[in-house]
Design a protein around this ligand. Structure first.
Ligand SMILES: Cc1ncc(COP(=O)(O)O)c(C=O)c1O
Length: 399
């Protein structure tokens, strides 16, 4: 290690200085990440998978998948792996083979953008509905599309308020509806009930599209058979992050869209010999390889066990935190444990994501019971009277 604890990264990284000690900068980044790992339990990246083989073996070349994953020409270095990833995720979600399309994205955000863009082109007069618990990318995307947004109330536990959705839809029955449901809301990991949403749309005879933002929970719920895109469910598209449950060490994801809702236009680009159907055109082939590798390492069964173990750690966390006198709760399917916001020192140390009076930790695969014990010990020292009460006690705490 060539740096000391006084190492100033901003100074060392300043590109106007010479000479630049590149090794010291890289050492510092690695040291910082290593040091932070033990207490990084607030954000949803799995830490149990080893991607070193792909990172070191493929690190010397450019991996660019230009154009559509189904193209046959052009430059697309890991297109075959991308196709395998798309097929695996679509099969897992039971998406009909004859009505599916998708690609490897830069993350859940691009997946939401691609899906909502496709749906809005199909229904250009639609109003786009999403709940107050939806991810911040959703209102941003609606603005980018220039569409009308309708914000639906969410309950304190994070699930969409269906009565409010019904009331909002009823007022706008003359326009098609694009509804964004979330499978794993950012703060509490609530899962909106797509069957209920579809039933409300059917009751009002409304045309439109149901998109699921499943950035965190898409794969774990699908492994359990709790989320699928078969014909009965009426879900038109889904966005999943690759750096969350699959722990890929670079932001990436998968989007799947019903082929039948997409515009038939398939713009051809002469100089790339590719079809321009994705948001970015040039796309990260390394991400496709990393996703493929992560899936191949464990297969369906192995990933199911990863999810089961992580949920068991989350249940343990609820028990241990409650044993200190601090409140905590989780949805039965969730890796996320919600608690009243602890003091600043604890939040900072454990990187607990916080929204006002509520914070969370996320027991992603790789988070250990030892880490939970250490957090619980910190919370125990922070207990003052009166003990904070759970904000949403009405949710089961055991898987
Ligand atoms: C519900 C939800 N949607 C979308 C996203 C964005 O995903 P990404 O970071 O992969 O763009 C997140 C990220 O936290 C999320 O929690």
């Amino acid at each position: 290690m060539t740096h000391t604890h006084t190492f100033d990264l901003a100074v060392a990284a300043d590109l106007s200085r010479t000479p630049i000690d590149v090794t010291a900068v890289l050492d510092h980044l690695i040291h910082t990440a290593d040091t932070a790992a033990a207490t990084s339990i607030g954000y949803p990246g799995a830490v149990d998978l080893d991607h070193t083989a792909v990172m070191t073996r493929l690190g010397h070349w450019l991996w660019n998948n230009i154009g559509d994953p189904s193209d046959t020409g052009g430059v697309a270095h890991t297109r075959v792996l991308e196709q395998a990833v798309i097929a695996w995720v679509a099969d897992l979600l039971r998406m009909p083979v004859e009505d599916r399309w998708g690609y490897v994205t830069t993350g859940g955000t691009e997946g939401n953008l691609s899906a909502l863009h496709a749906a809005y082109r199909r229904w250009p007069t639609a109003r786009i509905y999403y709940s107050t618990a939806a991810h911040y990318s959703v209102p941003k995307i609606v603005d980018m599309l220039g569409a009308y947004k309708v914000v639906v109330a969410a309950r304190p536990d994070g699930e969409m308020c269906y009565d409010d959705l019904a009331a909002q839809l009823r007022k706008r029955r003359r326009w098609p509806a694009i509804v964004v449901a979330t499978a794993g809301t950012t703060l509490t990991e609530a899962v909106d009930d797509t069957r209920r949403i579809r039933a409300i749309l059917t009751e009002y005879g409304m045309a439109g599209h149901l998109h699921v933002d499943a950035a965190l929970s898409g794969i774990p719920l699908a492994l359990d058979g709790q989320l699928h895109l078969d014909d009965a469910g009426g879900i038109g598209s889904i966005a999943i992050s690759g750096h969350k449950f699959l722990g890929v060490p670079t932001p990436c994801g998968v989007v799947l869209i019903r082929d039948s809702i997409r515009t038939p236009a398939r713009p051809q680009v002469a100089y790339t010999a590719a079809t321009d159907t994705t948001i970015t055109g040039s796309r990260c082939g390394l991400a496709a390889a990393l996703l493929w590798h992560a899936i191949a390492l464990h297969g369906r069964e192995g990933h199911w066990w990863r999810a089961a173990e992580a949920r068991s750690t989350a249940a343990y966390a609820v028990e241990q935190i409650r044993a200190t006198g601090w409140a905590a709760w989780r949805w039965p399917h969730a890796f996320t444990v919600v608690l009243p916001t602890p003091p600043e020192s604890i939040r900072r140390k454990w990187l607990l994501a916080t929204d006002g009076t509520v914070s969370h930790l996320i027991c992603m695969p790789g988070i250990t019971r030892g880490q939970i014990d250490a957090l619980a010990a910190d919370l125990a020292t922070a207990i003052t009277t009166p003990i904070p009460r759970p904000r949403t006690p009405n949710v089961t705490t055991m898987p």
